[in-house]
Design a protein around this ligand. Structure first.
Ligand code: ATP
Ligand code: MG
Length: 421
């Protein structure tokens, strides 16, 4: 991608009303556009990051035999009335609207009720089980406070997955299998060591639900962690009883500020019963399947990555989610000989499968470097007249600031062999 053609530019200032670091940086670097509080558009650069995260999640969900589908954003009032969740006293984040033809619809803030209803047409016999499906969906929630940038949107991308099983053993086995699958996602985006599977409230069938909490100053949650024992407890369930049941004391726990990047719920058979979802077992009886629900906040995770890895100069993307691996910064491009040469380097890198953002603009070096630091690609490759004469490129690793000088062959071999290092 030539930066001169890239839609949107970097900015010196974020909107005055934007208080979160993640949104400030993402707006300034041209990744997102703020439509209003808690509502952000994803520009070409931002979309590349969202899609990278989604692809990692997709691979890990496919690996536990879940199938991707996409449900609807508009939802039927009647479905939610059955479980009493149309009630604004019970669900306080609904956006609702009226149909011209009469009747009300809700904007999907969750999809548990609709998936249950959909399954009534597809789940008849025990032979249809187990089932696991997931989607990436823009969820709409009338969140009271939206001051955390993309970490708490009124519109945000979630991966939500739903599992259905005939017996408790296979249901629990699936529930347990989602934990390493989720941890693989968090490892692959670079926060594996900082993400804890946390005991939390909201367990319907079991006493606890499990949240995936990532250490993050800008997060809204507090968890108590014992790294050695591998135990993490959300403060909302931290009490004598919980501590005793987990075999820890409070003074063994470290308090951490975290952001909830995912969660998993085991509903047992209760949820399906509430939804009126049954199938015929081997004996021919109508029974409710065991159900689980599993979320990952895709865009919140993107915000967490910005918050955690940024420095005073700007964003630092982990290579696995960066929109481009290399930021090729061309200097002295007013000289046609130099421009032709850097254009050639750009083509050669691309021909080797390296994703490159090529700063081909007519700007001063200082401005280009400042933009490059702000945008946060893993590697900056500087191609200048001086470099051409010396036969070398300056290669800067954004995360560490480490500088190497590589010949053209070394440059190609380096990114060819293993672009991630
Ligand atoms: P929270 O307690 O942070 O409001 P939640 O309990 O409402 O989260 P779920 O409804 O289970 O979360 O959603 C699944 C995941 O979606 C969460 O773990 C979180 O990562 C993400 N998420 C929830 N609400 C938002 C939001 N308003 N903006 C961005 N991501 C969100
Ligand atoms: Mg919420």
């Amino acid at each position: 991608m030539r930066q001169s053609q890239l839609f949107t530019k970097t900015r010196r200032e974020a909107p005055a009303d934007e208080v979160s670091k993640n949104a400030q940086l993402l707006i300034r670097a041209g990744y997102i556009h703020k439509e209003m509080a808690g509502v952000y558009a994803y520009l070409p650069l931002g979309l590349l990051v969202v899609e990278k995260i989604k692809q990692i999640v997709r691979e890990e969900m496919n690996a536990i035999a879940s199938q991707e589908l996409i449900m609807t954003a508009l939802q039927r009032k009647e479905l939610w009335e059955r479980t009493d969740r149309w009630n604004d006293e019970i669900v306080d984040v609904w956006f609702k609207s009226e149909l011209k033809a009469g009747g009300e619809v809700g904007f999907g803030w969750s999809h548990e009720e609709p998936i249950g209803e959909m399954l009534k047409g597809h789940l008849t016999s025990y032979k249809d089980l187990p089932i696991s499906v997931y989607q990436f969906q823009t969820k709409l929630r009338n969140e009271m406070r939206a001051k955390s940038g993309i970490m708490r949107g009124r519109e945000f991308v979630m991966k939500d997955m739903y599992s259905f099983a005939a017996d408790e053993a296979s249901h629990l086995a699936y529930y347990e299998a989602t934990k390493p699958a989720y941890m693989n996602v968090f490892k692959r985006v670079g926060v594996g060591d900082d993400t804890f599977i946390t005991f939390a409230a909201g367990g319907a069938f079991t006493k606890f639900s499990h949240e995936f909490q990532t250490v993050c100053e800008a997060g809204e949650d507090v968890v108590y962690v014992n790294r050695a024992k591998g135990i993490a407890i959300n403060e909302e369930v931290l009490n004598e009883e919980t501590l005793a049941s987990l075999g820890v004391t409070k003074d063994e726990l470290e308090m951490l500020k975290t952001a909830e990047v995912g969660n998993i719920f085991n509903f047992g058979q209760q949820k399906a019963e509430d939804l009126g979802l049954t199938y015929k077992n081997e004996a021919g009886d109508s029974v409710a399947p065991f159900m689980g629900s599993y979320g990952i906040g895709v865009t919140r995770l993107m915000g967490v990555l910005v918050e955690k890895f940024a420095d005073e100069k700007g964003i630092i993307w982990p290579a696995s989610v960066a929109p481009f691996m290399v930021h090729l910064v061309g200097l002295n491009l007013e000289d046609e000989v130099i421009r032709d040469w850097v254009d050639g380097v750009y083509q050669n890198l691309r021909a080797r499968g390296v994703s490159v953002l090529y700063d081909d603009r007519d700007l001063r070096p200082g401005e280009k470097f400042a933009d490059s630091d702000l945008m946060g690609m893993p590697y900056r490759v500087v191609a200048s007249r001086k470099g051409k004469e010396a036969g070398t490129f300056e290669v800067v690793t954004r995360a560490t600031g480490a500088v190497r000088h590589l010949t053209e062959d070394e440059l190609y071999n380096d990114f060819d062999a293993d672009p991630d290092t």
